[in-house]
Design a protein around this ligand. Sequence first.
Ligand code: BYC
Length: 330
Amino acid sequence: MYTQALNTPDREDRCVEDAARAAQFQARIDAEERIEPNDWMPSAYRKTLTRQISQHAHSEIVGMLPEGNWITRAPSLRRKAALLAKVQDECGHGLYLYAAAETLGASREELVDLMLAGKAKYSSIFNYPTLSWADIGTIGWLVDGAAIMNQIPLCRCSYGPYARAMIRVCKEESFHQRQGFEIMLTLCRGTEAQKAMAQDALDRWWWPVLMMFGPPDKLSQHSDASTRWKIKRFSNDELRQKFVDATVPQAQFLGLTIPDPGMKQNEAGNWVYSAIDWEEFNQVIAGNGPCNRDRLAARRKAHDEGAWVREAAQAYAEKRRQRTALQAAE
Ligand code: BYC
């Protein structure tokens, strides 16, 4: 959707990096100006944005799988309609994000191929299974809740197409978070068995959700540059803390127990959580989580089965191109 704005002839020119241009670029960032696709940018800025936006797009698309798994088993027509709409929204988010990544010069095909080959990352959280209906409530409440915490600051990201895509994404994530919380509230006000199902889901998702924010600041290799470029407005640990502080009162309202008995509130009012198992996170992002293989296998199958749609769309585009060329020649 943004690619029409790309002005390719000066591309080589844009790659010529010199100190003066880099200083000018940083001054624009410092002045809170938005960087647009045709503006000069350092190649490292382009590279890190392509990496982050494409990983984000892959997360939205792979993220459809754990919830899509429950569409046919949702407990009522109303729940089914809401879940179906949510999963479709995630697909839309993936499409805006691939379009935003394309404005940086990467093609969507190339980015998707990297994901299907297992060479590009997507959020660790989608490598965990959805075992019960309460997992769908927990994903909306916590996974979308974490996503909003991370994505609201991205609406002020220095790169225009990414920042603008985030505005709509955040509005939709907010609906997702509420539908998840409402599922949890219904279960927690239901029978003992329903409440136990909600607690079990929280027990399994809590720590993986905290890992969504990325490694601790001292181990985050991209944070310094991304902060200087105002892609990141808060660090991984800062966002994780904001999320914990916002979520504890919600868990208390539901009457659920966060599976961290050592958690305490400090004098500043922040909830201090126990150590996160970063070895588990490293294993999941290395491809060894509980569902990594299933997720990639499902995406590859969908991609193969959709080949005819891509071919048909390409044939139609070619036909239109020829028709337009013929009309122009008349
Ligand atoms: N999972 O230097 P760091 C959603 C990687 S979708 C996997 O701190 P950065 C939803 C990181 O990529 C939500 N990998 O990186 C959808 C890097 O590896 P590479 C997705 C992770 O970029 C459907 C390395 O670890 N949200 O909400 O400065 C249904 C070092 O990390 C993770 C986004 O993508 C992880 N959790 O900060 C429901 C938001 N964390 O690339 C909901 C946009 C880190 O060098 N992304 N890594 O190989 C970001 O804000 C940032 O990229 C991150 C990481 C905060 C995630």
